[in-house]
Design a protein around this ligand. Structure first.
Ligand SMILES: C[S@@+](CC[C@H](N)C(=O)[O-])C[C@H]1O[C@@H](n2cnc3c(N)ncnc32)[C@H](O)[C@@H]1O
Length: 303
């Protein structure tokens, strides 16, 4: 049973896939190496791999200044961060204050932006930063603003993560710049897991997202990476399948839970030099996602 290590709630968060990523690391002799998320978000997989000792160092990149500020503040000022969690009021006035910080980040310290990101992530519906507060502005809903804000548990997660801070590097680059300047200098024992914003519906989930032509360009960039093994996950739409037509991939159906549950398919795509853990990969994916997977379709698992 996987444990939530990240303090962020993330629409489309991938921590349920960690057991599968562990299998991939093993099959490729990458255990104890470096693990990279160019689209880190809540970095649920990265945190679990690091804390469980599966990798030595994680590199988290996100082009969102809000998300970057959260991770950097947590790692550089963990005590202050935990104090703020203990002291923060959980009411709509406080929520409005933090929302103002997120709307005008240039007028506030990086720490305040990082904390406001965390506060709204924990108190908004589905963790969507631009979404509404849980329970509504008049707090008349069944669930209230504090429904997803278990202070002690969140402090515990932050203390644990910050104890690994020497093994975590955070960057605030656009992924294309990250691929061009950062990925080429990573050690050979590195796995890159790319979880870009979804092709469909991303604009209502994330502050930063791509237009269709960006997805195609990113697909080319990723497929040209030479020095590292990589995995990409996406919503399984035809366009994405066509951008990665020459790569091995598999497609499965998944129940999402962002603002309303709906069913959609997701796809995993693999670099040519990556060994896919054949014996266990498919049942493993299936059981890793048991709670919210409806069916599993094998699309292509070439030699
Ligand atoms: C699907 S989410 C990642 C979720 C993450 N795997 C998790 O489990 O929490 C995509 C992330 O990519 C970031 N992003 C969007 N456009 C980006 C870009 N051009 N470069 C880097 N990051 C970007 C968003 O801010 C968002 O945090």
């Amino acid at each position: 049973m996987t444990q939530n290590r990240t303090p962020l709630r993330y629409p489309g968060g991938k921590q349920k896939l960690t057991p599968f990523v562990v299998e991939v690391l093993r099959a490729n002799g990458l255990e104890g190496g470096h693990y990279v998320e160019p689209y880190a978000g809540g970095a649920g997989v990265a945190m679990e791999l690091l804390i469980d000792g599966c990798v030595e160092h994680v590199h988290l990149n996100d082009s969102s200044y809000h998300i970057y500020s959260f991770w950097n503040s947590l790692l550089t000022q963990p005590d202050e961060f935990c104090n703020r969690i203990s002291r923060s009021l959980l009411n709509v006035d406080e929520w409005r204050n933090h929302r103002e910080v997120l709307r005008h980040p240039e007028q506030h310290s990086e720490f305040d932006v990082g904390f406001a990101t965390f506060y709204l992530n924990r108190s908004n519906r589905s963790g969507v930063l631009t979404g509404g507060v849980i329970g509504g502005l008049n707090q008349s809903g069944k669930w209230k603003i504090d429904a997803r804000f278990p202070r002690n548990e969140l402090i515990r997660r932050i203390e644990l993560i910050s104890s690994f801070r020497d093994s975590i590097t955070v960057c605030n680059l656009d992924a294309e710049e990250f691929f061009a300047t950062y990925v080429p200098i990573l050690p050979e024992e590195t796995l890159v897991y790319c979880d870009p914003p979804y092709f469909e519906k991303a604009s209502r989930l994330y502050l930063n997202h791509y237009a269709p032509e960006d997805h195609e360009r990113i697909a080319d960039t990723i497929q040209e990476l030479e020095n590292v093994k990589w995995i990409v996950s996406y919503d399984g739409v035809d366009k994405i399948l066509s951008y990665y037509a020459q790569r091995r991939k598999f497609l499965y159906e998944l129940q999402y839970n962002a603002s309303r549950a709906y069913k959609g398919s997701e796809v995993f795509i693999f670099s040519d030099d990556l060994v896919i853990p054949r014996s266990s990969a498919l049942p493993f994916i299936s059981s890793a996602l048991k709670a919210n997977t409806r069916t599993l379709h094998v699309n292509a698992l070439a030699a």
